[in-house]
Write a protein that binds this ligand. Structure first.
Ligand SMILES: C[S@@+](CC[C@H](N)C(=O)[O-])C[C@H]1O[C@@H](n2cnc3c(N)ncnc32)[C@H](O)[C@@H]1O
Length: 354
């Protein structure tokens, strides 16, 4: 078979099969043949498409691959990078690409073995960047393509590109967020990352305004609640557990001890978020009901996926939401991502758009 274009998607080690299943489903749907290559826990999937680049780019996109932290289009591969002079062959390979780039990232899979390259990157990248500037291949334009050097070993590098509007904004697709001191749990970072990874800038501006109302189902100890409260939203936190003092101290939170699957707000709210550990199908039905019936305009939620059937559980949840929303009379949008701060779960965003 004549494969004519290649993509690499990065993922959390252990999720390669799920990512490959997504590539396979996208290819089957568009009638494009292809093949995925990965090894267990390697942290990425290389997919070959039997189609030219422009066609392959219509088959998959970063925001449609739930398990992808990043998606790059491979332009060149070097298998035998010499230890003594990596610059010359890299500059020669980059020289064969067209156009200019907004930024260059040296990246590895998210594995301990690959991360040993990071001290080399610290020394090498300023040298490479300055060579690219001298050759007028790098310029300061936020919308210019990203240039990725994806090292799978000290000798093997894939040189790829991505369009910033169709890519993670973070090197290696890893959201490096500072843990806020007043937030009570690390899961606060999950919602912070979701706001950046799943919402557009316009959506963030319009939906995270002071004075809007949010409901947090399964809120204790309050990491997610804190994300709203510190932005000035008024939060109703539903949980039989105890909310942290730092969250109550914001003065923006009403805590109600109740069952999150039963409690309903007296009036419609902007946001409902749900981090209750439950069957994904049950959570999917709950969030769809809230948006379909107009209890909330938008929701961010976690689905804890069963390890051996992640892709199937995700598709089942997606179908349940489709079914409920399609009889709601509303226009709506649904997005999923396996975020950096997610482990066995993925994060979903469902919103009524009209
Ligand atoms: C993973 S923790 C939530 C952590 C929270 N998002 C944070 O950032 O601090 C899950 C919470 O869901 C609550 N929970 C589970 N089932 C629930 C239910 N049926 N109704 C209300 N809360 C529930 C648990 O008490 C627990 O506090």
């Amino acid at each position: 078979m004549d494969f004519t274009s290649r993509a690499i998607a990065y993922c959390r080690p252990g999720f390669e099969k799920d990512l490959a299943a997504e590539f396979a489903a996208k290819c089957a749907k568009s009638g494009v043949a292809g093949q995925s290559h990965s090894t267990p826990d390697c942290g990425f999937v290389l997919h070959e498409f039997d189609a030219p680049l422009e066609e392959a780019q219509r088959v998959v996109a970063y925001d449609q691959l739930v398990f992808a932290r990043q998606l790059i289009w491979v332009r060149e591969t070097i298998d035998d990078l010499p230890e003594k002079d990596r610059l010359t062959p890299l500059m020669a390979a980059i020289g064969r690409l067209h156009g200019r780039f907004g930024r260059v990232w040296a990246e590895t899979p998210d594995t301990n073995e690959a991360k040993t390259l990071s001290s080399f990157f610290k020394r090498f990248m300023p040298i490479l960047e300055s060579a690219l500037h001298d050759n007028k291949r790098l310029f300061d334009r936020p919308d210019a393509p990203n240039l990725h050097l994806f090292f799978t070993s000290p000798k093997r590098v894939f040189i790829g590109t991505s369009d910033p509007s169709q890519a993670s904004p973070w090197p290696m697709g890893i959201a490096r967020l500072r843990m806020p001191r007043e937030a009570p749990s690390r899961s606060t970072l999950k919602l912070a990352e979701a706001f950046f990874g799943l919402l557009s800038e316009d959506e963030r501006k319009s939906s995270l305004r002071a004075g809007l109302k949010a409901v947090d189902l399964g809120a204790a100890p309050g990491g997610w609640t804190w994300q709203f409260a510190h932005r000035g939203l008024l939060v109703t936190a539903i949980d039989n557990g105890t909310m942290a003092e730092s969250v109550r101290a914001t003065g923006m939170v009403e805590h109600i001890r109740a069952d999150g699957f039963v409690w309903k707000p007296p009036r419609p709210v902007e946001w409902m978020v749900c981090d209750m550990v439950e069957q994904p199908s049950r959570v999917a039905q709950l969030v769809a009901e809230w948006v379909a019936s107009g209890r909330c305009r938008r929701t961010m939620f976690n689905l804890k996926l069963p390890m051996k059937k992640r892709h199937e559980a995700l598709e089942q949840a997606r179908n349940l939401i489709y079914r409920r929303m399609s009889v709601s009379g509303r226009d709506w949008t649904l997005r999923f991502k396996h975020l950096y701060h997610d482990r066995e779960e993925i994060t979903g965003y469902l919103a009524a758009t009209k």
